[in-house]
Ligand binder design. Structure first.
Ligand code: KG4
Ligand code: ZN
Length: 348
């Protein structure tokens, strides 16, 4: 039976450029999530500036935690634990979150769980709230395509303690390629959502972009990135101005074909119980419809996060911490450290 009752985990996510705080119960119900975006501060540089990111996290994190608890009338004594992203990410940004979580854990006498950001993304399709229906935990195995600005990975999830990486990108991540293409077109930053919007206004079929179909389950986007750069520089100015939306439509279609090709191949080879799509790029309107329609036509149970839980968010970090508690994993508290990198499947 679904329940929105406490206790809640207070979660903190500061791995990149969004400061996010949330309260989530054991069933994945998000009572509240507040995210402070830094997009406007990084926009003029065309990408995230790590030093600026960590300073901004330090400025807003404590006030965000304070407001979140006060708004929902939750006192620290009502909390089950604190969850914080401690890997992978920008080291300065991670340190702000980890030091804050450890300090609050010490002061409030609460257990603190350090969570791998990618495990958060993998669980994000199971988050729900007052506007989004709850999903029951689906049977294993799950085939999960996690596509973000830093990662493009296909996982076979055997259980919440056993994640097998089938393939990942050999060069750029899909979100990174969206962002670089938006930069080439001068659309702004972060570019994925802007390319998506432009593509919806454009028509496909005018421009040809290469799609790399590797053996196995790895991805590669560097050929597409170079070809896109060359193509845009060759197009005469007037044609370019009149075809930005069409360029986005064909470019987006090439990224999706690349992702979809490996996802379908892995499905055919492994026959998982369910398919999941997650990460920032899972907010892409065409990718969502493409995978959903395919899954429906094949009668494959399919899960993807609500839009607000696709891009970086703290609610997914809380849910991952609840799963650690269910598995009996000990909290780290004093031993917890921020780590810029993480090993494959290093989720426990
Ligand atoms: O998961 P996320 O917020 O951060 C990382 O863990 O990297 O993903 C951010 C990425 C960015 O590259 C952004 O451009 C991309 O997700 N993104 C999109 C869309 N919304 C965000 N890419 C394509 N279409 C979108 N609608
Ligand atoms: Zn992410």
């Amino acid at each position: 039976m679904k329940s929105a009752c406490g206790p809640y985990i207070l979660a903190i996510e500061t791995s990149c450029d969004d400061t996010s705080v949330s309260l989530v119960n054991q069933e994945g119900y998000v009572l509240c999530q507040v995210t402070a975006s830094q997009d406007l501060k990084h926009q003029i540089f065309g990408g995230v500036v790590p030093e600026i990111a960590s300073r901004l996290h330090a400025e807003v994190l404590l006030p965000l935690i304070d407001t979140t608890l006060k708004n929902k009338n939750i006192s620290p004594q009502d909390l089950k634990a604190i969850a914080v992203t401690n890997r992978p990410g920008l080291i300065g940004s991670l340190i702000v979150g980890v030091v804050t979580a450890k300090t609050l854990g010490q002061v409030w006498g609460l257990p603190v769980y350090g969570i791998n950001h990618l495990e958060g993304h993998i669980l994000a399709p199971l988050l729900w709230d007052d506007l989004h229906e709850k999903n029951e935990l689906p049977p294993f195995n799950w085939l999960t395509l996690a596509v973000s600005g830093g990662h493009t990975s296909l996982y076979l999830v055997h259980s919440l303690a056993k994640y097998q990486l089938l393939g990942s990108t050999r060069d750029d991540a899909a979100g990174e390629v969206f962002d670089k293409f938006a930069k080439i077109l001068n659309l702004g930053f972060p570019g994925g959502a802007l390319v998506d919007q432009a593509a919806q206004r454009g028509a496909k079929g005018r421009y040809e972009f290469p799609v790399t179909k590797l053996d196995g389950y790895d991805f590669s986007f560097s050929g597409l990135k170079s070809a896109a750069d060359r193509l845009v520089r060759q197009i005469p100015n007037l044609e370019f101005e009149n075809n930005i939306n069409n360029l986005c439509a064909d470019f987006q279609s090439a990224v999706i074909e690349n992702l979809f090709y490996q996802l379908k191949k892995a499905y055919q080879d492994y026959h998982p119980q369910v398919v999941m799509l997650t990460g920032g790029v899972s907010a892409n309107s065409e990718l969502r419809v493409t995978v959903k329609n395919w899954a429906q036509s094949k009668k494959i149970p399919f899960y993807m996060p609500a839009l607000k839980y696709c891009t970086d968010n703290s609610a997914m970090i809380a849910l991952a911490a609840w799963k650690k508690i269910e598995l009996g994993v000990a909290p780290q508290n004093a031993s917890l450290i921020a780590q810029p990198n993480s090993e494959v499947g290093d989720f426990i």
